[in-house]
Design a protein around this ligand. Structure first.
Ligand SMILES: [Zn+2]
Length: 320
């Protein structure tokens, strides 16, 4: 699976476990950092740690340990690979993929505890695993769909152009600020006659996949349209995954899927909004506003009070 091979190698992953360092006579404390109730072996960290078992139970994949869902393999699982292969062979395709993703998410959660002293909830481990999967699935899809047949007329613009008479165009984009543990969005509304009608910037604390942030930018644009009662609006975004998801009838259970559903609901209510995919080169202004969102969280700008550094790109794009 391309997804797995793109992650760090197993040797690094397992090699970093403390009991193994101890066999090499590196003296480190080896209690499980999550439950502190047992030695941290591979199988403990990923399967038998009581807190980890809750994660596996939550998605309906048993760990084979007493008290877990599904069949009990043995009272004492001592080898991670044996466990993985046994459960893997019993599960359907969706759960096979989820198993791999969950292992990574559990390991990430464990690292958050070790390096940042931050406890990760069962919900966020499961959510992050499902997020990985959606991301991976859509990456696979976009490989297949570089010549995506779902492209509509209005998609694929390389240069921004003003909307038709009597309609408004909103360009949206997201930016990730991983060092500040936050992400932001920029929404820019324009009509045919002015370089800027109104722009909004919003910054959120936390970490999400870029696709999730992009989907949030569409959702915020749609609620904005609803509040302002704007007739005839076109929304443009440079994230193909979001446009594909909006036009697809596939139901996704992840956070990304939930936001897409909210967008679909809003689009149904509004009735007069279309969302198009454009190239990044046609989305420079929204990109710049998204980048600036960490300085201007929760701001609304008009042409008269737009930050000076954002003015040039507005004028350039408007003049073509
Ligand atoms: Zn533990």
């Amino acid at each position: 699976m391309g997804y797995l091979s793109s992650r760090p190698l197993k040797t690094d992953w397992f090699g970093s476990l403390r009991p193994q360092l101890q066999t090499k006579r590196v003296n480190v404390y080896s209690a499980c950092p999550v439950c502190r109730g047992a030695e941290e072996t591979i199988v403990h960290a990923l399967v038998t740690c009581p807190k980890v078992q809750v994660v596996w139970n939550r998605v309906g994949i048993g760990t084979g340990t007493p008290g877990s869902v599904g069949n009990i393999i043995s009272d004492d699982i001592d080898n991670f690979f044996d466990w993985f292969v046994k459960i893997f062979n019993e599960e359907n395709m969706a759960n096979k993929l989820l198993m791999s993703a969950l292992c990574w998410a559990i390991w990430d959660g464990r690292n958050e505890m070790v390096w940042r002293k931050k406890e990760t909830s069962v919900e966020s481990i499961v959510m992050s695993a499902k997020g990985y999967l959606d991301h991976w699935t859509s990456a696979q899809n976009s490989l297949i769909e570089t010549s995506w047949t779902g492209l509509q007329s209005g998609d694929g613009a390389e240069l921004w152009c003003p909307p038709m008479e009597n309609s408004i165009k909103i360009n949206v984009d997201a930016a990730m600020f991983s060092e500040a543990n936050s992400y932001g969005i920029g929404l820019v509304a324009r009509d045919r006659h002015s370089p800027l009608l109104e722009a909004r910037t919003e910054c959120f604390i936390g970490r999400v996949n870029p696709e999730v942030a992009e989907a949030i930018s569409v959702r915020e644009a749609l609620s904005w349209i609803k509040n302002r009662n704007w007739p005839r609006v076109v929304v443009e975004i440079d994230c193909l995954t979001v446009v594909q998801a909006l036009r697809s009838s596939i139901h996704m259970v992840s956070l990304f899927g939930q936001i897409i559903n909210e967008c679909k609901q809003l689009m149904l209510e509004l009735g007069h909004v279309s969302v198009y995919f454009i190239k990044r080169s046609a989305n420079v202004v929204a990109h710049n506003f998204a980048r600036a969102s960490h300085l201007y969280s929760g701001c609304i700008f008009g042409l008269e009070d737009v930050p000076t550094n954002l003015l040039p790109c507005l004028v350039t794009e408007f003049d073509g």
